[in-house]
Design a protein. Structure first.
Lengths: 712, 254
């Protein structure tokens, strides 16, 4: 084929031009193949992350909702999602569709949970022991509190100089005086003889000076826990057990539990261990080293929690381990926590073997009753108790902060926190009242029952936790509210029936109708296996429309919020890059072809004179650019495919939390998709064709007379 | 034999800005089959225009040009191209070989455009022709590896490969030295004699003209002498040679 020969020869004859065009086309096709494959793989892994964790394929929410449902956007207050009216009907209608596997009701919100500081807890325990008349226990606790007060005084001593600068100078002076009083041996000498007054003094004047209280920020998802477990395949329980079907209960996200609920010193040790295992060192990695330093500064976290006996034991063991004579526990602990790469493994073990059993390793333990306070939609504060059954995670995304952002609770608890009274809820309360023999009582005594009860301050005062020692099941607890005229429990006699009522509430197994009936702000729709997202979406939308449910249907991408939009942005960036590259290629090819046309005017004129038709010249140019496009397009496709195959073998490591989530695991293994090869090819072909149309037309118009006469 | 080229009252004008420059004025001329005709005349006399019209790469402003009996003014662009391919051969002043093709492929090119012969037939024709023009050993050389004379021989072979009725040559020896030019004209003449191909060529060179059966002289776009004995014009040679220093006319209208 002479045209191909001419084309090839021309391409070979103009090396610089060929090289520039070749580079552009090669790079462009590579970008299409690599970028396309990467993003598609990312899209899949992200779909896996989001569909398999909280969103499922589709989400339903109120058509008239003020805010959009966005699971993974930073929380900016509670979004107003409206609610799904008559959820059971929606569920029935959608689950009847062949495209739909299941509909899972949901609601998400967040709450702050405060845990008391050690001082508060210990004083409360002391107070309880005194009330019980348990002198032995009281003495141990008194010693512990005394020790902590002394520690507190010492830690504040360094700050005395700053007191004069304080605006509330006088108050600070008084505080320090109170602290000195409480730290003195005289204060404690006859403590057990007249404890009441001193306890009040400790509670009111001293405890608040200790500032190690923790605040937990919890985002939670209220859902039909059984349906959730069945329909989100990445879900798995790590610690403890699954909330029994139909029960009220709370599951911590393993991530939150390990990173926020856990004792901070222990958490940092875990972090260091993880990093050392990943090949980093304390010596060379500043991030790891800073954790060591933070631990050294926070030895008090440990010391505050130990009584005198435990402290003495620790001193002895530490002296042994560190082979020193030092007697001061603070100094010993500081030395112990000053770890380096050599001794870390030994000291890590020591921490978990010797220290961890003596301290509260988790602020909230599995089996505890968690008191969550929240502001309801009607604007009043409410507090709800819920047993912690365990922790969960989403498989493959253990390390992702984003995947671990949600804790899980049952829908009934969620609804209590949400503060909406459904008719079914009212009926439930009525029946429970009858069952447990609760009678009407005024609010004052209800509050008294809640906060003045003999199980101390912890639950009511700071919304924290009360340990439930040794029992098999969750201990009795009460739904409670602090203030608010609409409180559903205001009318319940807590004094007599409250405990039993609360207990019954936590033990009650709710039938499915009750789980489904009531506030549901949104719902996840899981499509049947193999159903295309858009097909499923269309079917669901149709059913929603026909049922007149007034719901909008959004896919997982939208529902995921910023994370889902992130990929959209990346797509746009990639498309723009590809567009720009090919536009540049188009202009350059076009230009060089026009130049070639001008250069070859005589040659083309000669061909025309000899008898070549216009179409022949046109073909000649088109073939030339097609050969260029196809040749370098193939090269780019090949290089791109090789890169993707290579990356697919090695995997792209997730270097940050966000990537971990996007990759649905520690590595992304890009997959080469034939679609991208084809599209790369089509794009290159079209671009080279388009860029040659003008010069080819120009060339075809060259008159044969141009061949005549002398060479220029 | 009849006339293969007939011009009847042909005029050709070129627009030059707002002016209209006449290149040929009322030219009538016929050339018979098998003739070896030289078109002579000073620069700007209309030689090239005349050849362009006969070569069907241009059409007359008025009058009729018949090539092999066809009125080229009535043919479409496609038909003209077809006519050139089938009936005409071109030899250019600057050889105009296709740079990226070798000798063999350059000569083969018109046959490929025609698409009538098989690969084998084409090869036989081209090889025979290359022997004929003395380039049998240079079949695989690119134009830039050949001398001027060799290139023009390739061009002659290319012009002849389709066995055209008429070969048009615009100053075929202008870019060659005297000796080479003479050998090229000898070659053309021998082909004319053995195959009866009509040759129409323009030239300034009196020594080239001497080979012609007939010299058509143009001046200012008019035929001043038609069918003279070429030797009669030897006297004018000096003047013709003086013109060689000027740039050769690209278009006669300049």
């Amino acid at each position: 084929m002479i045209l191909l020969r001419i084309a090839l020869r021309n391409i070979a004859a103009t090396k610089v031009r060929t090289l520039i065009i070749g580079l552009l086309i090669t790079f462009g096709t590579m970008l299409v193949v690599v970028g396309g494959s990467l993003l598609s793989t990312l899209d899949r892994s992200m779909a896996r992350s989001i569909i398999g964790s909280v969103s499922s394929h589709l989400q339903l929410c109120d058509e008239g909702a003020k805010d959009a449902l966005e699971f993974f956007s930073p929380p900016t207050g509670t979004p107003d999602l409206g609610q799904i009216r008559d959820f059971p009907k929606v569920k029935a209608a959608l689950e009847a569709l062949p495209e739909v596997e299941a509909v899972v009701p949901m609601g998400s919100d967040f709450a702050m949970v405060f845990s008391g500081n050690v001082m508060d807890v210990k004083i409360a325990e002391l107070s309880a022991a005194v009330k019980r008349g348990d002198r032995e226990k009281a003495q141990v606790l008194a010693d512990h509190v005394h020790k902590n007060v002394v520690l507190l005084q010492e830690s504040l001593r360094g700050l005395e100089g700053f007191v004069n600068l304080d605006d509330n100078k006088e108050e600070r002076q008084v505080d320090l005086g109170n602290l000195a009083t409480a730290a003195s041996d005289e204060f404690w000498a006859d403590f057990l003889d007249s404890p009441e007054e001193k306890l009040v003094f400790l509670e009111n004047k001293v405890a608040r000076l200790a500032m190690d209280a923790k605040m937990l920020f919890l985002r939670y998802l209220g859902t039909d826990t059984e349906a959730f477990r069945k329909n989100f395949d990445l879900f798995e329980v790590v610690k403890g057990e699954m909330i029994p079907p139909g029960r009220r209960g709370f599951l911590f996200s393993e991530f939150i539990y390990e990173r926020q609920v856990k004792n901070q010193v222990a958490m940092r040790l875990d972090f260091i261990k993880e990093n050392l295992e990943a090949g980093r060192t304390i010596k060379d990695d500043p991030k790891v080293a800073s954790r060591v330093q933070q631990n050294v500064r926070q030895y008090k976290e440990i010391l505050y929690q130990m009584d005198r006996q435990q402290t003495a034991q620790l001193v002895a063991r530490l002296q042994e381990l560190l082979e020193v004579e030092e007697k001061e526990p603070e100094k010993l602990l500081e030395q112990f926590l000053e770890m380096d790469d050599e001794n870390f493994a030994v000291r890590y073990r020591f921490f978990y073997d010797e220290i961890a059993p003596a301290i509260v390793l988790y602020q909230v333990r599995i089996g505890d009753i968690l008191t969550i306070r929240s502001y309801t939609r009607s604007g009043y504060a409410t507090a709800v108790n819920v047993p912690v059954y365990g922790t969960f995670r989403f498989k493959g995304m253990e390390k992702s902060a984003l995947a671990g952002v949600y804790n899980l609770m049952d829908l009934m608890t969620y609804r209590d926190l949400y503060g909406y009274m459904s008719p079914a809820r009212k009926a439930e309360i009525a029946s429970l009242k009858a069952e447990t023999g609760v009678e009407e009582i005024d609010r004052a005594s209800a509050e008294d029952a809640l906060f003045g009860g003999d199980d101390g301050e912890a639950g009511g005062e700071d919304g924290g936790t009360r340990p439930s020692p040794g029992e098999g099941g969750p201990p009795p607890a009460a739904d409670a509210s602090s203030d608010g005229g609409f409180d559903e429990f205001a009318g319940i006699d807590m004094e007599e029936g409250g405990q039993r009522y609360g207990e019954a509430l936590l033990r009650k197994v709710y039938p499915q109708e009750e789980i489904d009936t009531g506030v549901v702000t949104n719902a996840a729709v899981r499509l049947a296996a193999g159903v295309d997202l858009e097909v499923g979406r269309a079917a669901v939308e149709k059913a929603v429309r026909e049922g007149g449910f007034g719901l909008s249907v959004i896919d997982w991408r939208q529902a995921s919020g910023l994370v889902g939009q992130f990929l959209g942005v990346v797509w746009i960036v990639l498309f723009s890059a590809i567009l720009i590259i090919f536009l540049v290629a188009l202009v350059i090819i076009n230009n060089s072809m026009v130049m070639a046309t001008l250069d070859r005017t005589r040659e083309i004129g000669t061909m025309r004179a000899i008898g070549a038709q216009r179409s022949y010249v046109l073909k000649m140019f088109l073939i030339e650019s097609t050969v260029l496009g196809v040749g370098f397009g193939l090269l780019g496709t090949l290089l791109g495919s090789m890169l993707i195959v290579f990356l697919g073998r090695v995997g792209i490591p997730a270097v940050s939390d966000e990537l971990y989530f996007l990759f649905a695991g520690s590595h992304l293994y890009p997959v080469l998709l034939p679609g991208h090869l084809v599209s790369a090819f089509v794009v290159v072909f079209l671009v080279s064709l388009a860029s040659t149309l003008y010069p080819a037309r120009l060339a075809a118009r060259i008159q044969p007379v141009k061949a005549m006469g002398k060479e220029d | 034999m009849g006339d293969v080229v007939v011009l009847e009252n042909v005029s050709k004008e070129y627009p030059l800005g707002k002016l209209v420059v006449p290149a040929l004025k009322d030219v009538s001329l016929s050339i018979g089959a098998g003739e070896f005709v030289s078109i002579a005349g000073p620069s700007g006399s209309g030689k090239t225009t005349l050849l362009n019209l006969v070569g069907c790469v241009d059409t007359p402003t008025s009058g009729v040009v018949r090539v092999d009996g066809l009125d080229i003014g009535r043919l479409s662009e496609r038909e003209l191209t077809r006519l050139r391919l089938e009936k005409l051969g071109f030899i250019f002043q600057s050889f105009n070989l296709i740079a990226v093709l070798d000798t063999f492929q350059n000569v083969e090119f018109p046959l490929l455009l025609q698409g009538k012969l098989s690969h084998r037939e084409r090869r036989d024709v081209v090889v025979e022709l290359l022997e004929r023009v003395g380039l049998g050993k240079h079949a695989r050389h690119r134009p830039n590896e050949l001398s001027g004379g060799q290139r023009q021989r390739v061009a002659i072979a290319r012009a002849l490969v389709t066995r055209p009725r008429i070969v048009l040559a615009d100053e075929p020896t202008a870019n060659l030295d005297t000796g080479t030019g003479a050998s090229i004209v000898d070659l053309m003449k021998s082909i004319n004699e053995t195959q009866g191909t009509t040759f129409i060529f323009s030239t300034h060179d009196a020594r080239v003209m001497k080979h012609a059966d007939r010299v058509v002289r143009l001046e200012d776009g008019r035929v001043v002498s038609n069918g003279d004995d070429p030797s009669a014009h030897a006297a004018g040679t000096g003047a013709e040679l003086a013109h060689r220093e000027e740039p050769a006319p690209y278009l006669a209208g300049e």
